[in-house]
Design a protein around this ligand. Structure first.
Ligand code: FAD
Length: 469
């Protein structure tokens, strides 16, 4: 009998498996796809020699993750690569606001009227960042935080809607960049705790940057898998789990799946019926003949580039996709240009470019033209550089990964109380009605992103239980 079986080899499933294996437990992972990685994978999607990340590409949460930082992933090939700027947000006048490693450079890019407000917002948290990140990413709801004062201060600033926090700024530059940060998790700007989302991304940039992984996001998954195998764990791919009986006998079962799939597989009926899924995304991976011809020079040197002319346009795009059930005419877009720092991703002189915009759940249309019209506003001549493109809307994303229901890449809406209390209102979100069955996907706290913290937190609960029994 195995100690633990993990279903799903995404970053959370693999982290849970590693955490258990390094504590001496026997672990086997079962993955539906023919390769490991889930949302952290790399594929030659367009032309030979162009290595694309179909899912995650930028890793502010990965490099800041207490779980990843405690594992020897560099020894297994993971190398973070940093562009000159973590992020740039270009405007139609050819200038850009930036998120730099330096608070001063970031503040200066917002203009004189908002530079002080930005410094006052982020500077108190930066010296306490490591304790803060541990507290909000790993805190069991039943334990005391390591730094309760800082966490409480963070809560005061972050729990109100992002629109409140944005009122600290007088000009559009800071407001727009901040609105874009919140939009990374598809939360409407007026939603509860959305201020915290923007603040976390900003603090993460100042603390450790927003890197890409050399060779692509697959190298994160491959490093976790190689370490797991060294620890004696096994990984079985091409193995879709449909019922608990499909799995070998084990003392604990940990699901890196959606709550809906877990309920179906484990026969939990409507236990997770209240869990809500959010809007979808439309993803495009480009093979380019050269770098993106951004008008703003800052954008040419940034790993991530946000696209949205101002905070109102971003708010309109978010509302269209999440509340009005229609695709935005001017989509807010997140784009990443990994080959600016990683020459292994494309043939010499060529580039890969990664972009997505938000669309309603399950949307079956084609956002390519709307996205490229947006890109042409900030990078005229972009279309002339396109050698090939691979597109994926909600149906394709959901077909590739069962966790992305309706194309929701967060595996559950990041709105309302579900931002923090997911997949159910519970002091122990990783537990299920069955004492030997656990859930560790991004449908559990701290939510979406490649950081492995849901897997880490769930594994902690599992090893405590295994030691008791
Ligand atoms: C287009 C896109 C862009 C993104 N951009 C970023 C980004 O830049 N930065 C970032 O940090 N995050 C990003 N994300 C989000 C990130 O990829 C996810 O939050 C993260 O991968 C969640 O990890 P997970 O382990 O919970 O689940 P997943 O990575 O989704 O892994 C779940 C795994 O379980 C497997 N599985 C599901 N059901 C079964 C079953 N029944 N039997 C066997 N196996 C099963 C799936 O095949 C999959 O491999 C992006 C996601 C997408 C899709």
């Amino acid at each position: 009998m195995l100690d633990a079986v993990v279903v799903g080899a995404g970053p959370n499933g693999l982290t849970a498996a590693v955490e258990l294996a390094r504590r001496g437990f026997s672990v086997a992972v079962f993955e539906a796809r023919d390769t490991v990685g889930g949302g952290a994978r790399t594929e030659e999607l367009t032309l030979p020699g162009f290595l694309h990340d179909p899912c995650s590409a930028a890793h502010p949460l990965g490099i800041n993750s207490p779980a990843f930082r405690a594992l020897p992933l560099e020894r297994y090939g993971l190398e973070w690569l940093h562009a000159e700027l973590p992020m740039a947000h270009p405007f139609t006048d050819g200038t850009a606001a930036v998120l730099s490693r330096s608070v001063a450079e970031t503040a200066a890019s917002f203009g004189p009227r908002d530079a002080g407000a930005y410094r006052r917002l982020v500077e108190p948290f930066l010296p306490k960042w490591d304790a803060l990140v541990r507290d909000f990413m790993a805190l069991p709801l039943t334990a005391l935080p390591r730094d309760p004062v800082t966490l409480a201060r963070f809560g005061l600033v972050g729990l109100p809607p992002a629109t409140w926090l944005m009122r600290r700024f007088r000009d559009e530059r800071a407001k727009t960049l901040f609105a874009g940060l919140v939009a990374h998790v598809m939360a409407p700007l007026s939603g509860f705790a959305t201020g915290a989302i923007g603040l976390v991304f900003a603090l993460a940039a100042h603390a450790r940057g927003w890197p890409v992984a050399r060779g692509g996001s697959q190298s994160i998954s491959d490093a976790l898998t190689a370490y797991l195998k060294d620890l004696g764990g096994t990984v079985h791919t091409d193995y879709e789990v449909k019922r608990l009986d499909d799995l070998p006998p084990a003392r604990a079962y940990i699901f890196d799946t959606s709550p809906t799939a877990l309920a179906r597989i484990a026969g939990f009926g409507d236990y997770y019926a209240g869990y809500r899924y959010g809007p979808g995304v439309f993803k495009i991976d480009y093979a380019l003949d050269g770098p993106v011809p951004w008008t703003a020079k800052e954008a040419r040197n940034a790993g991530t580039v946000q696209i949205g002319a101002d905070s109102a346009e971003i708010g309109t795009a978010l509302r269209a996709a999440s509340r009005e059930g229609r695709a935005p005419e001017k989509p807010f877009m997140i784009t990443v240009q990994p080959s600016v720092v990683d020459p292994t991703r494309a043939p010499a002189g060529k580039h890969v470019f990664w972009a997505y915009g938000h669309v309603p759940s399950g949307w079956t249309g084609d956002l390519t033209d709307a996205m490229e019209r947006q890109l042409e506003r900030f990078a005229p001549g972009f279309r002339d550089r396109v050698l090939a493109r691979a597109t994926a809307g909600p149906p394709e994303l959901a077909a590739r990964n069962a966790n992305y229901i309706g194309g929701d890449i967060a595996s559950g809406a990041v709105t309302g109380l579900q931002i923090m209390l997911r997949p159910k209102l519970s002091l122990f979100p990783y537990g299920t009605p069955h004492p030997a069955v656990f859930i560790c996907s991004s449908a559990t706290p701290p939510g979406p992103g490649v950081h492995g913290m849901s897997g880490h937190n769930a594994a902690k609960a599992v090893w405590r239980r295994l030691r008791q029994t």
